[in-house]
Ligand binder design. Structure first.
Ligand SMILES: [Zn+2]
Length: 165
Protein backbone atom coordinates (compact mmCIF):
# COMPACT_ATOMS: atom_id res chain seq x y z
CA UNK A 1 0.00 0.00 0.00
CA UNK A 2 1.39 3.41 -0.94
CA UNK A 3 1.59 6.20 1.58
CA UNK A 4 -0.87 8.99 0.83
CA UNK A 5 1.61 11.52 2.23
CA UNK A 6 4.93 12.37 0.65
CA UNK A 7 8.11 11.39 2.43
CA UNK A 8 8.72 14.82 3.94
CA UNK A 9 5.18 15.18 5.27
CA UNK A 10 5.25 11.69 6.71
CA UNK A 11 8.54 12.30 8.49
CA UNK A 12 7.17 15.58 9.90
CA UNK A 13 4.09 13.76 11.10
CA UNK A 14 6.13 11.01 12.72
CA UNK A 15 8.38 13.56 14.36
CA UNK A 16 5.33 15.34 15.73
CA UNK A 17 4.08 12.09 17.17
CA UNK A 18 7.43 11.41 18.82
CA UNK A 19 7.72 14.86 20.30
CA UNK A 20 4.15 14.98 21.49
CA UNK A 21 4.13 15.86 25.12
CA UNK A 22 2.21 14.74 28.07
CA UNK A 23 -1.14 13.10 27.37
CA UNK A 24 -2.53 14.70 30.49
CA UNK A 25 -1.90 18.12 28.94
CA UNK A 26 -4.13 17.23 26.03
CA UNK A 27 -6.82 15.86 28.31
CA UNK A 28 -6.72 19.10 30.28
CA UNK A 29 -7.00 21.13 27.07
CA UNK A 30 -9.97 19.03 25.90
CA UNK A 31 -11.68 19.68 29.21
CA UNK A 32 -11.03 23.43 29.01
CA UNK A 33 -12.37 23.60 25.45
CA UNK A 34 -15.57 21.85 26.49
CA UNK A 35 -15.98 24.05 29.56
CA UNK A 36 -15.65 27.09 27.32
CA UNK A 37 -18.30 25.92 24.89
CA UNK A 38 -15.83 25.04 22.14
CA UNK A 39 -16.80 21.82 20.44
CA UNK A 40 -16.56 20.14 17.07
CA UNK A 41 -12.81 19.62 17.28
CA UNK A 42 -10.93 16.51 16.30
CA UNK A 43 -7.75 15.11 17.84
CA UNK A 44 -4.67 14.32 15.75
CA UNK A 45 -6.37 14.96 12.44
CA UNK A 46 -4.12 13.85 9.55
CA UNK A 47 -2.90 17.20 8.21
CA UNK A 48 0.74 18.37 8.24
CA UNK A 49 2.05 18.61 11.79
CA UNK A 50 -0.85 16.51 13.12
CA UNK A 51 -2.35 19.25 15.31
CA UNK A 52 -3.28 18.23 18.85
CA UNK A 53 -6.73 19.66 18.18
CA UNK A 54 -8.33 20.96 15.06
CA UNK A 55 -11.59 22.11 13.59
CA UNK A 56 -11.42 20.62 10.07
CA UNK A 57 -14.59 22.44 8.97
CA UNK A 58 -13.13 25.81 9.83
CA UNK A 59 -9.51 24.94 9.09
CA UNK A 60 -8.26 25.91 12.53
CA UNK A 61 -5.35 23.96 14.00
CA UNK A 62 -4.42 24.11 17.68
CA UNK A 63 -1.11 22.89 19.02
CA UNK A 64 -0.33 22.56 22.70
CA UNK A 65 3.43 22.94 22.93
CA UNK A 66 5.30 21.41 25.83
CA UNK A 67 7.35 24.17 27.48
CA UNK A 68 10.54 22.16 27.76
CA UNK A 69 10.64 20.58 24.30
CA UNK A 70 9.50 23.61 22.39
CA UNK A 71 11.57 26.15 24.32
CA UNK A 72 8.98 28.25 26.16
CA UNK A 73 10.59 31.61 27.01
CA UNK A 74 8.81 31.73 30.39
CA UNK A 75 9.84 28.28 31.56
CA UNK A 76 13.24 28.06 29.97
CA UNK A 77 15.64 26.40 32.34
CA UNK A 78 19.11 25.06 31.79
CA UNK A 79 19.41 21.29 32.09
CA UNK A 80 22.33 20.20 34.24
CA UNK A 81 24.12 18.21 31.60
CA UNK A 82 24.28 17.76 27.84
CA UNK A 83 23.39 21.42 27.39
CA UNK A 84 24.40 21.40 23.72
CA UNK A 85 22.26 18.37 22.99
CA UNK A 86 19.10 19.87 24.51
CA UNK A 87 19.68 23.24 22.90
CA UNK A 88 19.94 21.60 19.52
CA UNK A 89 16.88 19.52 20.19
CA UNK A 90 14.79 22.55 21.17
CA UNK A 91 16.09 24.55 18.20
CA UNK A 92 15.19 21.66 15.91
CA UNK A 93 11.66 21.45 17.33
CA UNK A 94 11.29 25.19 16.98
CA UNK A 95 12.28 25.07 13.31
CA UNK A 96 9.90 22.22 12.67
CA UNK A 97 7.05 24.06 14.39
CA UNK A 98 7.62 27.10 12.17
CA UNK A 99 7.73 24.88 9.08
CA UNK A 100 4.47 23.18 10.04
CA UNK A 101 2.86 26.60 10.65
CA UNK A 102 3.94 27.83 7.23
CA UNK A 103 2.72 24.66 5.50
CA UNK A 104 -0.68 24.80 7.18
CA UNK A 105 -1.11 28.51 6.50
CA UNK A 106 -0.27 27.96 2.88
CA UNK A 107 -3.07 25.37 2.80
CA UNK A 108 -5.47 27.97 4.21
CA UNK A 109 -5.41 26.97 7.87
CA UNK A 110 -5.33 29.27 10.88
CA UNK A 111 -2.71 28.04 13.32
CA UNK A 112 -2.87 28.53 17.08
CA UNK A 113 -0.08 27.56 19.43
CA UNK A 114 -0.52 27.43 23.17
CA UNK A 115 2.23 26.96 25.72
CA UNK A 116 1.59 24.19 28.18
CA UNK A 117 2.10 26.62 31.09
CA UNK A 118 -0.54 29.03 29.72
CA UNK A 119 -3.14 26.39 28.97
CA UNK A 120 -5.71 27.45 31.51
CA UNK A 121 -5.20 31.22 31.17
CA UNK A 122 -8.35 33.16 30.33
CA UNK A 123 -6.46 34.97 27.57
CA UNK A 124 -5.58 31.63 25.96
CA UNK A 125 -9.17 30.44 25.81
CA UNK A 126 -10.34 33.85 24.61
CA UNK A 127 -7.80 33.73 21.78
CA UNK A 128 -8.90 30.24 20.71
CA UNK A 129 -12.54 31.23 20.78
CA UNK A 130 -11.84 34.36 18.75
CA UNK A 131 -10.08 32.45 15.97
CA UNK A 132 -12.57 29.56 15.84
CA UNK A 133 -15.59 31.88 15.84
CA UNK A 134 -14.07 34.12 13.17
CA UNK A 135 -13.56 31.12 10.88
CA UNK A 136 -16.97 29.71 11.69
CA UNK A 137 -18.68 33.02 10.84
CA UNK A 138 -16.66 33.42 7.68
CA UNK A 139 -17.54 29.94 6.55
CA UNK A 140 -21.26 30.46 7.16
CA UNK A 141 -21.24 33.67 5.15
CA UNK A 142 -19.43 31.94 2.34
CA UNK A 143 -21.79 28.96 2.31
CA UNK A 144 -24.70 31.34 2.19
CA UNK A 145 -23.25 33.09 -0.84
CA UNK A 146 -22.42 29.80 -2.54
CA UNK A 147 -25.96 28.58 -1.94
CA UNK A 148 -27.41 31.72 -3.47
CA UNK A 149 -25.30 31.55 -6.59
CA UNK A 150 -26.29 27.95 -7.29
CA UNK A 151 -29.95 28.89 -7.00
CA UNK A 152 -29.21 31.81 -9.26
CA UNK A 153 -27.98 29.47 -11.97
CA UNK A 154 -30.99 27.21 -11.69
CA UNK A 155 -33.94 29.54 -11.36
CA UNK A 156 -33.15 33.13 -12.27
CA UNK A 157 -32.84 36.37 -10.41
CA UNK A 158 -36.32 36.96 -8.87
CA UNK A 159 -36.15 33.69 -6.96
CA UNK A 160 -32.81 34.80 -5.75
CA UNK A 161 -34.25 37.99 -4.32
CA UNK A 162 -36.83 36.04 -2.37
CA UNK A 163 -34.10 33.81 -1.03
CA UNK A 164 -32.06 36.79 0.00
CA UNK A 165 -34.79 38.09 2.32
ZN1 LIG B 1 6.08 27.62 29.66
Amino acid sequence: MTDKYDKQTRSRMMAAVRSRGNRSTEIQMAKLLRQNGLCGWRRHYPVPGTPDFCWPMFKVALFVDGCFWHGCPRCRRAPLSRQGFWDRKVAENHRRDRRVDRTLRRLGWSVLRVWECRLAAQATLARIRRVVCAQCGYRNRRNHKLGMSSRDDASGSDVDQVNAL
